[in-house]
Design a protein around this ligand. Structure first.
Ligand SMILES: *Cc1c(COP(=O)(O)O)cnc(C)c1O
Length: 383
């Protein structure tokens, strides 16, 4: 089956769930057993305790694995917690990891604080490093972490080249695939061993729940499962329900997010106020060739670099927008815009003016363009 069919069919067994189309929600901590034999026979899965997963949670894990062929998945209460779980699953005191310099900033903070306290050292690498990452791998390197495309600046790293270098030394490759989701990019086909997704974004799709997913191939799944259990991570059954509900419309939503984002990106490229559009599907964007080679599409999040702009000009532009909201997330049905700060330590980043990150929502593309056009009018009038 193609992905749009798997999105609809995954994890659903109406005959086993009172004929309901959707998996039921079980609110259960304690599970009761009829006989001593049954009590003693129940293990982790099927479970003997609600924290290890209820049927709705396991149905969602199964549906998610059906999208990209992962051997298994575990859910976490937030996307950031999924990043942390994946890293803790493969590292131990005295080790070292290689972390992409364009990583989601709270993941960087996790490495520089919690991992550092656990005795794991982090070296950041240039997102465009490719096969040269081999020169940074040490005897104590325990993981190579990739996020594609880069947070806020959207460089697309060459995952297959990075993975070849890591696998030569038997080191697992972790990837944060939140931007594309399995709909546009299957990281397991390009060398990843462990995939992280902030389901909070496109999988939930409605800006109303937090969830993270860590999935893995056969080799590395036991590490993730073990650590997930040892840390006692559990998610709310209602939130898992919202993820499976959002999942069913992932394909249609992402097709529209892609189309509207590209319409806006091409229009913004021609605006006199804009120095650069950072969108992996635009030729000239760093890593565009890798994107064109390995991805099946682009989602709705991208950035623009302005030629210049004072705080007053930005406020005049952003405060007056009608359809674009200002908020620190994305992946819901609504359009968003925020100024972003770029912080790096292993590569250089220079921009003539402010960087604005745009999430193209599901509103009418012409209306969105008109909203931004009026915004540029206020921006210029405030100069
Ligand atoms: C939002 C995001 C996260 C964290 O997800 P939360 O659910 O907000 O904790 C992790 N990685 C990326 C790439 C994200 O965009």
């Amino acid at each position: 089956m193609k992905i749009n069919s798997r999105i609809i069919m995954g994890g659903r067994r109406p005959a086993e769930q009172a004929r309901a189309v959707n998996p039921p929600v079980h609110h259960a901590s304690t599970l009761i057993f009829e006989t001593l034999d049954d009590l003693m026979a129940a293990g982790h899965r099927p479970t003997n305790y609600g924290r290890r997963g209820t049927p709705g949670i396991m149905a969602l894990e199964e549906a998610l694995c059906g999208l990209d062929g992962a051997a298994g998945a575990r859910l976490t209460p937030s996307g950031l917690n999924a990043c942390a779980l994946a890293l803790q699953s493969v590292t131990r005191s005295g080790g070292h990891i290689l972390m992409i310099d364009t990583v989601y900033w709270p993941t960087r903070r996790f490495c520089d604080t919690v991992l550092e306290r656990c005795g794991v050292e982090t070296t950041y690498y240039d997102p465009m490093i490719g096969a040269d990452i081999a020169s940074l791998i040490r005897d104590d390197t325990q993981a190579v972490y990739v996020e594609t495309p880069g947070s806020n600046t959207f460089e697309v790293p060459d995952l297959p080249a990075i993975a070849r270098a890591a696998h030569d030394r038997d080191i697992p490759v972790l990837i944060d695939n939140t931007w594309a989701t399995a709909y546009f990019y299957n990281p397991f086909e390009h060398g990843a061993d462990i995939q992280i997704q902030a389901a909070t974004k496109y999988l939930v799709g409605h800006a109303d729940a937090f969830m993270g997913v860590v999935s893995a191939n056969t080799r590395w799944l036991p590490h993730v499962e073990r650590t997930h259990g040892q840390l006692g991570i559990a998610v709310a059954p209602d939130d898992a329900y919202l993820v499976q509900r959002g999942l069913r419309t992932l394909g249609v939503r992402l097709d529209r997010h892609q189309e509207t984002a590209l319409t806006l990106a091409h229009w913004l490229k021609e605006r006199p106020e804009v120095a650069q559009v950072l969108h992996p599907a635009l030729p000239g964007s760093p890593g565009h060739d890798v994107w064109a080679r390995d991805f099946c599409g682009a989602s709705g999040l991208f950035s623009i670099v302005l030629r210049q702009g004072t705080r007053e000009q930005l406020a005049a532009m952003l405060d007056g927008l009608t359809l674009f909201g200002m908020g620190w997330s994305w992946g819901g049905y609504e359009s968003l815009i925020v100024p972003v700060l770029i912080s790096r330590t292993a590569s250089t980043w220079e921009a003539p003016g402010p960087v604005l990150r745009i999430h193209a929502g599901l509103e009418d593309a012409g209306d969105l363009r008109a909203d931004l056009e009026a915004g540029f009018g206020r921006f210029n009038a405030a100069a």
